[in-house]
Design a protein around this ligand. Structure first.
Ligand SMILES: Nc1ncnc2c1ncn2[C@@H]1O[C@H](COP(=O)(O)OP(=O)(O)O)[C@@H](O)[C@H]1O
Ligand SMILES: [Mg+2]
Length: 301
């Protein structure tokens, strides 16, 4: 098969591993820099152009679209879908998962366990906003944050009010969330491929740190999931419509709670922690599912 990886950087671990795995399994794999793609979106025969040439017809694309290029990246992916190319993660599903509020609302609607979460743009009563998620301590998150930056723990209602006011002063969209203390500064990353959890790791924050992000000095180890955790991760992926994703869970007194669903999960941490060939499993998923026009939305929506 001919497979294209949409990625801005061919040297990234995940991009390299997917190319290697695809080639090892006998496929032709190109890495296409998403931002360098351009297209005539009004043509009756949709195509994608790259470095002055029309790209060949690929059987499948693997979108690895960073948060900063979601808007253009999903448009490029949609163009491939219109051509009939199989897209591992549909453009609509990527857009859905990138919007934290939309994701939480969709998951909540379907009964997935979530930390109590409030969001606000210009709350006229900050005290009530905090009380409404159970009172301090609360976690306050910048909607656009990643890698743990913009995630703050406020121990008291006073601190929470001050932080919320500061963020509001910067016109930032925020989310106020119940602090799941019993998670003990750890979370669980479940890697879902084709409706199955194929690898899972526990990430533990550095000493004195409630954020478990590896970028914040956290460490990873392999973990055995409970049946309920496995089902929660699989359901969350299904609700988001993602075939390949990372589902992050917190272990709470009330069972697993989903924090976020990531449509371009990094493979380095999880492959190293578990020794599993996740990239190979993504290629296997493509082998089983990539048929012309098999992407459900085909560029619609
Ligand atoms: N409600 C919460 N209760 C306890 N810990 C949390 C909560 N929300 C986030 N954390 C911790 O902070 C980390 C970063 O939060 P997250 O929402 O994943 O932001 P980011 O998108 O920046 O990674 C999580 O991995 C988790 O360890
Ligand atoms: Mg996170």
């Amino acid at each position: 098969m001919k497979i294209a990886i949409l990625s801005r950087n061919a040297n990234l671990y995940s991009t390299r591993r997917l190319k290697e795995a695809g080639e090892a399994m006998g496929h032709e794999v190109d890495i296409i820099d998403t931002l360098h793609c351009y297209m005539d979106i009004t043509s009756s025969r949709p195509t994608v152009r790259y470095h002055g040439k029309e790209l060949p017809m690929y059987d499948a694309i693997i979108p690895r679209i960073g948060a900063s290029v979601t808007f253009y990246g999903t448009a490029v992916a949609r163009q491939f879908e219109m051509m009939g190319t199989f897209n591992v993660n549909e453009s609509v599903a990527i857009s859905r998962s990138r919007d934290k509020l939309r994701s939480l609302q969709l998951l909540s609607r379907r009964g997935i366990g979530l930390p109590r979460t409030g969001f606000a743009s210009k709350p006229d009563n900050i005290k009530d906003l905090i009380k409404n998620v159970g009172g301090a301590p609360v976690v306050i998150k910048l909607l656009e944050g990643t890698q743990g930056i913009g995630v703050v723990l406020a121990d008291t209602a006073k601190a929470a009010e001050a932080i919320i006011e500061a963020f509001m002063g910067l016109k930032a969209n925020i989310l106020v969330q119940e602090f799941i203390k019993e998670a003990g500064g750890a979370d669980i990353r479940c890697l879902v491929v084709g409706g199955k959890v194929v690898a899972a790791m526990k990430r533990q924050g550095a000493e004195g740190e409630f954020r478990s992000n590896l970028h914040r000095g956290g460490s990873a180890e392999v973990i055995k999931l409970t049946k309920q955790e496995r089902e929660t991760a699989v359901n969350a992926a299904k609700i988001m419509g993602l075939n390949v994703c990372g589902v992050d869970l917190l272990r709470s007194q009330n069972g697993p709670m989903v924090m976020e669903v990531n449509s371009s999960p990094g493979l380095e941490g999880i492959e190293n922690a578990t020794g599993k060939d996740v990239a190979g499993m993504v290629i296997e998923f493509i082998e089983k599912n990539a048929k012309l026009h098999a992407t459900k939305t085909r560029g619609k929506g």
